[in-house]
Ligand binder design. Structure first.
Ligand SMILES: [Zn+2]
Length: 376
């Protein structure tokens, strides 16, 4: 038997791997941080033999509740990721699978590789609608990419979408892939109409260093980027620094920040009710946005989500709040599940890459519904 995580977004430490019936593993912490939950590893074993993998530090991970009613992902071909029997006793997460082929990958959620990220950017760049902007270097020396879709001019509204501040939330980049595919489809009438009066600014991956390093929540130096929006710095959070600078230059009329939630088995939006500038106009737009999504897809719901901030109580270091306040605009954090949508469960695959991409395309219909009224 052999287990390795020495590849893009790999994360696991092997404690014991002598017997298939009792494999002991631990998830590595994010560099210079206490956060951990993301795992991704490859196992070689004996075909036909049941492999029992115990992740013994799961109970102290960032979100222990995330393991309840959670099933791990596995893949033989690195394309189809299916759920495998998984249980959690409060301390240890146990994954069990009988090998059908000589080697298999396991992950917390369907990985979105750095290779695929690079392909996505270059694919988008081929469109005559797209300007590909280099924002600046990350701390590990990677490039921060911004895609500008449509012809910018002052009269047009500016719609910003960022994803994957938390690198372990790979569903966020699958979402962006689906959204971009629709945005660049020149036969989609709603999108054609949208692009007459709006320009999209899309950052498909806010945290490439953390993604490659196999982090859950932080960048190369252990910074949680979604707490840096009040005062980003080139030393700790250049990713946010560059994006905020570009936002300042373009202006923002609508902002969506795409995430995954470890605990809740639902898709939901967290609004900016707690920011000082929040008013009736924002609220009307927010309701219309949600009502539109509710009307077009059973993958969205409004019953379950985060507690709504009281007026003035918003944490202004969080991206959506910071941007809503600074630009006096409609802004949301959009959360997708690691588990499944409990309103529409799928036992074999759970919440998946394809469902994330479909939601990314569908969200454009909600954008369409509010797009004429984003400014005062
Ligand atoms: Zn997140």
């Amino acid at each position: 038997m052999f287990i390795t995580a020495h590849f893009d977004s790999g994360n696991i430490d092997v404690i014991k791997a002598e017997e298939a019936s009792n494999i002991e593993l631990q998830i590595r912490r994010d560099n210079q941080s206490d956060f951990y939950q993301w795992f991704h590893f490859k196992l070689y074993g004996e075909v036909g033999v049941d492999h029992v993998m115990h992740i013994t530090n799961a109970g102290q991970s960032a979100y222990p509740d995330g393991w309840k009613e959670y099933s791990a992902l596995a893949s033989y071909d690195r394309e189809t990721w299916f759920r495998v029997p998984t249980r959690f006793d409060g301390k240890t997460l146990t994954i069990e699978h009988t090998l059908e082929q000589e080697s298999i990958y396991f992950a917390y959620f369907v990985p979105y590789s750095y290779e695929r990220h690079q392909d996505l950017i270059q694919w988008a760049q081929q469109s005559s609608l797209v300007e590909h902007v280099f924002l600046g270097p990350t701390l590990d020396g990677r490039d921060m990419n911004l895609l500008v879709i449509g012809e910018p001019d002052d009269t047009k509204q500016k719609i910003w979408v960022t994803a994957r501040q938390h690198p372990g939330e790979s569903m966020a980049e699958w979402f962006i892939e689906g959204m971009l595919a629709r945005l660049l489809d020149d036969e989609d009438g709603a999108v054609r109409k949208l692009l007459q009066h709006n320009v999209f600014y899309v950052v498909p991956n806010m945290n490439p260093d953390g993604s490659v390093r196999g982090h859950l929540r932080t960048n190369a130096v252990g910074t949680n980027l979604n707490r840096e929006w009040a005062e980003p710095s080139l030393e700790k959070s250049p990713e946010v620094y560059y994006v905020l600078e570009a936002m300042q230059e373009s202006g923002v009329d609508l902002y969506l920040d795409i995430h995954g939630d470890e605990n809740l088995p639902y898709n939901f939006l967290a609004g900016c009710e707690g920011v000082p500038c929040y008013n009736e106009r924002h609220d009307k737009l927010a309701q219309l946005f949600k009502q539109t999504l509710l009307a077009i897809t059973p993958e969205f719901q409004t019953e379950f989500g985060y507690d709504v901030d009281k007026p003035g109580d918003a944490n202004l270091t969080v991206a959506s709040n910071a941007v809503a306040e600074r630009f006096n605009c409609l802004a949301f954090t959009l959360e997708m599940p690691f588990k499944d949508n409990a309103n529409l469960p799928d036992e074999d695959f759970g919440w998946s890459a394809n469902r994330s991409a479909q939601l990314g395309a569908d969200v454009l219909s909600a954008v369409y519904a509010v797009a004429n009224n984003l400014r005062d």
